[in-house]
Design a binder for this molecule. Sequence first.
Ligand code: 6PG
Length: 488
Amino acid sequence: MTDASTAPAVANIGVVGLAVMGSNLARNLASREGNTVAVFNRSRDKTDLLVSEHPEAEFVPAYSYEEFAATLAKPRTAIIMVKAGAATDAVITALTEVFEPGDIIVDGGNALFTDTIRREKAVRETGINFVGAGISGGEEGALTGPSIMPGGPDESWVTLGPILRSIAAVAPDGEPCVTHVGHDGAGHFVKMVHNGIEYADMQLIAEAYDLIRRGTGKTPAEIADVFAEWNTGELESYLIEITAEVLRQVDAATGQPLVDVILDQAGAKGTGAWTVQTALSLGVPVSGIAEATFARSLSSRPDQRAAGAALPGPDEEFEVADADAFIEDVRQALFASKIVAYSQGFDEIRAGAEQYGWSIDLAAISKIWRAGCIIRAQFLNRIADAYGEAPDQPLLMAAPYFADALSRGQAAWRRVVVAAAQAGIPSPAFSSSLAYYDGIRAERLPAALVQGQRDFFGAHTYKRIDKPGTFHTLWSGDRTEVEAEDTH
Ligand code: 6PG
């Protein structure tokens, strides 16, 4: 073991936590010109394995935090890649003991943004910079180029920017998929919403598959061809691409399509739920993301599903008359619902930025999602254009390109939702997205009645359309209206 006090400070970046994501990120860093990478893991074996398996990376192994700090040139920069939660706190504490003011600690895990805000504040007290960075792209992305969403102080970006730019995915126009999102928890907030959109996208694709399968009787392999075809048009995206691959996969043990032998209970590590919880507290309707998250919860309640199986569905068999026309309707419904999911997700980012005082460039966010991340999709270019042209526009889906797509697709979207309802096929994300579309475009909503009800039972007051002020009706008296103080 090298003596910590004499270890040469040769590395410009270090990685703590060498499970698959950490190892792959370290290898990615090491493969870029100018980087020398220090690596450290709590258990020595993982460090030794990585170093011996990848001599080409010329890693600088460290076996204690002291030694890790000593091998890093100043300002020391370390990326933590451990399980979000207590493990992250433990590593941060250990690093702050061996780092110095001006050094940089980056948390590259899927941390809850409020934890990141808390950690940034605590670490700042020591003079060390703390950066919460969302990293998307899974194991493969970590190795070949992820989309990176760093928050943290401006000072850290001077050192960190070039390093992160060197390892990030590159968009088709040559731009690296990384930007300084905003201060403290901004990066992890944006990564959280990325994952919420990911949940919505996945659920919408799953509903499209289910409707096509049950409506046309096509096999998974045949539906794989449909998705492969869709991937050549406006739906082109990583998730559509991998859906075709998953549907084509045959189970080696049974010879069945793999999708038919996988238990139909979707897991979740929590980022979708965070997105919905945060949206609820910000008052932002992210109904597509919420339905997608709840759909996973519903799928994972076997006892309730067994009990629910006794409930009746529609009498008639579901069979569409024209399979090709139905598939085209589903494609349009999918695209329209996807527009809703992204529009809602970007609303949440804007609301979060307002609430937490971040200056977030929404066009820049859509650009860094164009490559490397799980929701990468061709139409993110359109979102970047829309926010580039009108950064303050109140509703993304009303921007010209999306309004036009929705106007072309809405009739098909309605046909699909009607067909699903009549056939008794659950399509929570399709139908809630359509309900949102109709809600947001409604000239008048029944919210007026809700206000009347609130005033009736709780004297919660209401406003009128024809004059300013706050009013209350004396429901239990002579039912006249009085002007009221808005204290409820
Ligand atoms: C990514 C992914 C990644 C992961 C999440 C979601 O951007 O690379 O979003 O972060 O897949 O953990 O996983 P769950 O579906 O298990 O919540």
